[in-house]
Write a protein that binds this ligand. Sequence first.
Ligand SMILES: Nc1ncnc2c1ncn2[C@@H]1O[C@H](COP(=O)(O)OP(=O)(O)OP(=O)(O)O)[C@@H](O)[C@H]1O
Length: 576
Amino acid sequence: MADLKALAKKEQKKMVFLALYAVLSGVAIVSQAYLLVAIIDRIFIQGTAFSEIVNLLIGLFAAIFARTIFQYQSGKTGLKMAAKVKRELRDAIVRQYSLNPVQRTIQGQTGQKISALVDVVDEVDSYFSRYIPQVFQSLIIPIIILLVIFSEHVATGIIIIITAPFIPIFMIVIGFKTKDKTEEQLEEMSRFSGAFLDTLQGLTTLKLYGQSARQKEAIRTSSIGFRNATMEVLKIAFQNSLVLEFVSMLSIGLVALEVALRMIVFQDLSFYTGFLMLMLAPEFYTKLKDLGSAFHSAKESMAAAKKLEGEFANSVQPVTWGQEKFISEKPPAIELKNVHFRYPGNEEFALSNINMKIRPLEKVAIVGATGSGKTTLLHLIAGLVPPLKGEVAVNGKLRSKYSESSWFNQLSYISQEPYLFAGTIYDNITLGSNQTVTKEEVIEAAEKAGISALAGSLPNGYDTFIGEGGRGLSGGEKQRIAIARAFLKQPSIILFDEPTTGLDLQTERFLQSSIEELAARSTLITVAHRLHTIQQADQIIFLDNGKIIASGTHEELMDINTSYRRMVTVQQGGAI
Ligand SMILES: Nc1ncnc2c1ncn2[C@@H]1O[C@H](COP(=O)(O)OP(=O)(O)OP(=O)(O)O)[C@@H](O)[C@H]1O
């Protein structure tokens, strides 16, 4: 995806226009030189009256105007191309991140991902906005100029042919150095962004453990690393300009020397031709020199593209979806057949041989010790992670046949720490539905979820700003917002990760009754920690180290499974 040459190939129509603008610019540059030389020659050498050069003057202004327009069009085409490519790259990165949201959220540092999406993609810009238009300008215009020079004065042409190759040679040598240094700089930048955001997010933890000074030092070291890498890149950029300037000045000097000798000493060159050579030679070298600096930026872009390739190569197991619409008049039947799942890079844990059947409207409780795989199983049922083997079937059809949006339209997942976006309480509730909802519906959902008392106690009520940068909410309050989202959505499947932290009895009861009300029209699958929830379940799935070791009702499991009995005894506070 981040192969710049392949991306450029897709823009063939724009390339044709770039070539056309370069040819037209070349013609305009040559015309401008001819006209300017002709005007000066006529006025100062031939002593022609001003009235006789009016047409030439108009022609000169037209050539300058045309040159400006074609250069502008070439630049604009490059900018358009860069904007399109950047948009596509950002879309592809976001798509890549959303292929498997669970893994992506925990993989790598958030700061690094932001830096890739914003800064690294921006670095790609100059390849399309500067380098490609410049390649056309620097390949086509110098050839046009050289043809004119050879047709007028061969000696200048020969000097140019001998000196011109030095510019691309230096350009290539310096370009490779640029790419290495830029890669280093981007690496430092993303390391710095990652460390900085991580520190900000974990500031309370760092304070509590008295580690803020150590972390400050780490950020300082990282920022110095970034500064040094940036200075290295700048140093090369300055060296690059210096060398290119030096070579082109020297070459123009040689041309000027030859022209001067022929005009003054040997007197076999007319003012007209000599002056024309002195006008055209700098134009020739300027175009090559511009390619040199554009090449420097291109190498920076290539380093950025290489960094982005890393983003695309990151191994995530994508969740697959189909095209079929998942429409469920009543809650669906869900079946897991011989399902296996393993997190990439985690050799210790795997969900294996998961077989379970969930009937419509059933209340299922998933229980087991910490780390036994309860949340992972919930993610698997939700379609947030894909099964590695086996099948997840919904109403007898593979879940992967349904479209992602129609599936998630029927599902609400109330996690232990629901995410609150920066916005008002009202906005956060309306997130539950992707239909247009009325204010009354939102308030009704909030009341059912028990948020009205909270909203009533706040000066701005439902318009109170929460989430990042806003008012914080407790774990129980966050879950109520998530439940309000579910009331608004009226899903046919509810996945609920029961809180493990101690909520007060009143909150716990309220959550319980809200969930029960919600579940009246839905299938409810709960990662259960409370005995009450477990006892009420129609079916209990008892997990141990990624395997279902027993399933059935509370009474059945109490009869047949010692580990289950032991777990219940511990829950009740009894001795094992
Ligand atoms: N994204 C991940 N990548 C790698 N390993 C993971 C990931 N998420 C969880 N694990 C591991 O998978 C195992 C099961 O985790 P899971 O969260 O499903 O357990 P759980 O039963 O829900 O635990 P708890 O009751 O403590 O929430 C654990 O060993 C955990 O360390």
